[in-house]
Design a protein around this ligand. Sequence first.
Ligand code: ADP
Length: 496
Amino acid sequence: MIRLPQYKNLINGKWVDSSSGKVLANTNPADRQDVIGEFPDSNVEDLHVAIEAATKAFESWRLVPAPKRAEILYRAGEILTAKKEELAKDMTREMGKVLKEARGDVQEAIDMTYFIAAEGRRLHGHTTPSELRDKFMMSIRIPLGVVAVITPWNFPMAIPSWKIIPALVTGNTVVFKPAEDTPLSAHNFVSILHEAGLPAGVINLVFGSGEAIGPTLVSHPDVSIVSFTGSTEVGRIINQNAASSFKRVSLEMGGKNGLIVMEDADVDLAVDGAVWGGFGTSGQRCTAASRVIVHESVYDEFLEKFVQRTKSLNVGNGLELQTDMGPCINESQLFKVEKYVQIGKQEGARLMCGGSRLDGGNYDQGFFYAPTIFAEVDRRMRIAREEIFGPVVSVLRARNLEDALEIANDTPYGLSSAIYTHNLNYAFRAMRDLYTGITYVNSSTIGAEVHLPFGGTKQTGNGHREGGPTVIDLFTEWKTIYVDFSGKLQKAQIDE
Ligand code: ADP
């Protein structure tokens, strides 16, 4: 019998088993016979040891000059670049997204690493003149301490990099709990940071079930901040568990993003955007174009072309070159998609294509679902309001721009939005009035770049923005410093 590869936690600079002695298997969603390896099913004891290591390491890491911290991160960026292809293949194997997208995911981690490592030589504060003589004033940034990083499976390397790299360059230490479904990419990323030379305890990796160990991580008094990306349901639990200690919590959660197609749009381009935004990563992106809102005068033309293109998508194993769309991540996600398709039918939406699991041949080994389009969807239907996180797109009809904007905004979420139009007035109205954290013009709802803020309004987030320069605000505290070199007591607001 072939023994499966065994992976370990990284705690205080050492690869160690969980004290639980238990493991979780990592399987390929395109082929469940393909077991990739076994990862620790950690318990709260492991977590306590990791938090203690991170707390201790913080005392020395915060004193390492930021440009020197950045040098280690640049080295990690070089290793990531050199290993990009193997990292991408590992990712496709454990997560299912097509290889091109997995390469993009690794590239995003590389981009983030180089972009944020440069902050090591910036981390700007402010100076300003004092109202008093012989007094100097400035504000500087200081780290927070131990950062808990909790991530989902849909961007197994990009999302951890958005959190971990900025946390480290600003002088914090990290305890990282990755998603159960994508432990290998987390292992690969942390191994590279370790290899690049991070001191012991600065990054700690603890695998395991979020439900079992997440609450301890979030509520631990020595954890200063929690950075989470995942579902709105889990985000709410995390927020509640963290509330009593007042620690900072950054939540990036669900989306139900609207892509508007106006009457003057380039319909073929809009179809490209709807296919890419709706079915890229099998629709498993928080920015997925899950609602397409089309002006009534081009509705039929758009729908016909959209359905035709969607039917031609090649669904299969993401490692095969001809594949356009991979599987769903796991069985429960597949059941969720099936459930929502039933709901859509019961609600009276018109099923245009897809609507069932794919079976026969290699499909039987994986979690494959046909790309699905519902037409004549009403905005009040559940398929138009709830996040499905699978390859299901709802097409809605709009009478004019006002109607389209209203439909797009009529959702509990506010992550991304898009408008296809050549009308400048329409475009600027949409940029102003779509109440989302991100808006695209003549481009789909997906495709964020690392050097601009990322996040959303309403139930998508709690006001923080990761990515871009704003991520530095998340992982630092402002400290204001007054230096009086007059040699006498001076009183602000009181002295003449
Ligand atoms: P997704 O469906 O995108 O995986 P989830 O919200 O289910 O999103 O999970 C995101 C992350 O949150 C995962 O790493 C998971 O293990 C973790 N998690 C799940 N439940 C909890 C919890 N109660 N506390 C903290 N983390 C949790």
